[in-house]
Design a protein around this ligand. Structure first.
Ligand SMILES: [Zn+2]
Length: 388
């Protein structure tokens, strides 16, 4: 109730969500102190974030040419305060976004299906992840060192082929002390091991990506929130594979992907349990009902369960082909029975509410972290009470 009492007057004061945090004194302070030197980069990044061309942004502002906008982005001219507010509104960011200190340097991203995504869409996803990681890192800095979780070391498992990826997944399970059990909440397991996870509104051809800072102290797995839960889990495990495995530098992209796929399958549905469920000798057919049960128990798609049987040589070639044919016939390759809901990462939000309760930052700052409006921030769950 304490927070609700605090939030209420603010809610009334700032009616326009786009002007939520605008405060002339604060604005001038930030602007004068930081100057245009970093603002130009932030304008460019905000435009990338929204996947807009210079022309599209100029059109939405209406009273500026794309050449003039380009000058802002190059730092050749400096937007005045009115223009900053206009840009914030058009780009759907808070004005503070343009003044955030730009401390995070990212290492290259790993994309699945990289080649299928256009450069502009890749830039947009990259910027979304960059932005999230930046906010996440700033949030963690509000807490003492004990709150920061040690990151699972990168490239600690040497893998030269798919068979070794299977073993690497098993080794990681041992290291994390999770035995052969089903992983009930994969994002929680990742976050407990210092790997940040975010669900993003990505383009249709985006599954997931892994981004890290150059010092490997912060790593984020971004996942497309519009995919079925089982696919999101598989992508998360695939990206985890990219993070923990040391693959030969000269390995082809295709082989690297195959290793990460194998790792993901083995991590989610370990060999010992596949043998337990399907028997330890090769057979010539498998029923869809068996695969569906594996899905229910291990949170993998039926396709992944089937692929496990092939990889572990528990199903003959003909048996695999027949099952694959059945998948096509039923349209299960795109829409499987009993899709799961995507897991929701919790840590980021939990830290925000904890910080609010401990008065480590203001509700305005919390809303900025969450990228929501101040009136959407509801730590006391008042909205829930009202709608119940
Ligand atoms: Zn990959």
């Amino acid at each position: 109730m304490r927070m609700a009492a605090k939030l209420h007057p603010l809610r009334l004061r700032y009616a326009d969500p786009h002007l939520l945090l605008v405060d002339e004194i604060k604005y001038n302070f930030a602007f004068v102190n930081h100057g245009a030197a970093m603002i130009h980069d932030r304008i460019h990044r905000a435009r990338m974030l929204r996947g807009l061309s210079l022309e599209a942004l100029a059109n939405s502002l209406g009273d500026i040419s794309k050449q003039a906008l380009n000058k802002f982005e190059k730092g050749e001219s400096k937007p005045n305060s009115t223009r900053i507010l206009q840009l914030a509104k058009a780009l759907n960011v808070k004005p503070e976004y343009f003044f955030r200190s730009d401390a995070i340097q990212l290492a290259p991203l790993e994309f699945r299906k990289l080649s299928k995504m256009s450069q502009a869409r890749q830039a947009s996803v990259r910027e979304k992840m960059h932005d999230h990681l930046e906010r996440y890192e700033a949030l963690e800095r509000c807490f003492d060192a004990e709150t920061t979780v040690q990151v699972l070391p990168t490239q600690s498992l040497s893998v030269a082929n798919a068979e070794e990826a299977e073993i690497a997944a098993q080794q990681l399970r041992e290291q994390l002390e999770i035995g052969h059990d089903a992983i009930a909440h994969l994002t929680e397991l990742l976050e407990d091991n210092g790997i940040k996870v975010a669900l993003l509104d990505g383009p249709d051809d985006f599954d997931g990506a892994c981004a890290a800072t150059h010092d490997n102290q912060h790593v984020l797995i971004g996942l497309n929130r519009h995919r079925p839960g089982e696919r999101v889990r598989f992508t998360a495990a695939h990206e985890l594979g990219h993070w923990v495995m040391a693959l030969p530098a000269d390995m082809s992209e295709k082989d690297k992907e195959a290793c990460c796929h194998r790792f993901a399958g083995a991590f989610l549905y370990p060999r010992a349990r596949v043998l337990q469920d399907f028997g330890n000798h090769q057979r010539s057919r498998v029923f869809a009902a068996e695969l569906l049960n594996a899905k229910r128990r291990y949170g993998v798609s039926m396709q992944v369960a089937l692929r496990r049987l092939k990889d572990l040589e528990l199903l003959s070639e003909a048996g695999y082909r027949n099952a694959y044919f059945e998948f096509n016939k039923h349209g299960w390759r795109t829409h499987e029975p009993e899709p799961l809901l995507p897991e929701r990462p919790r840590r980021f939000e939990s830290l925000i509410y904890r910080g609010l309760a401990e008065d480590l930052f203001t509700p305005s700052r919390a809303a900025e972290f969450l990228q929501c409006r101040l009136d959407e921030l509801d730590p006391a769950l008042d909205h829930l009470t009202l709608s119940a």
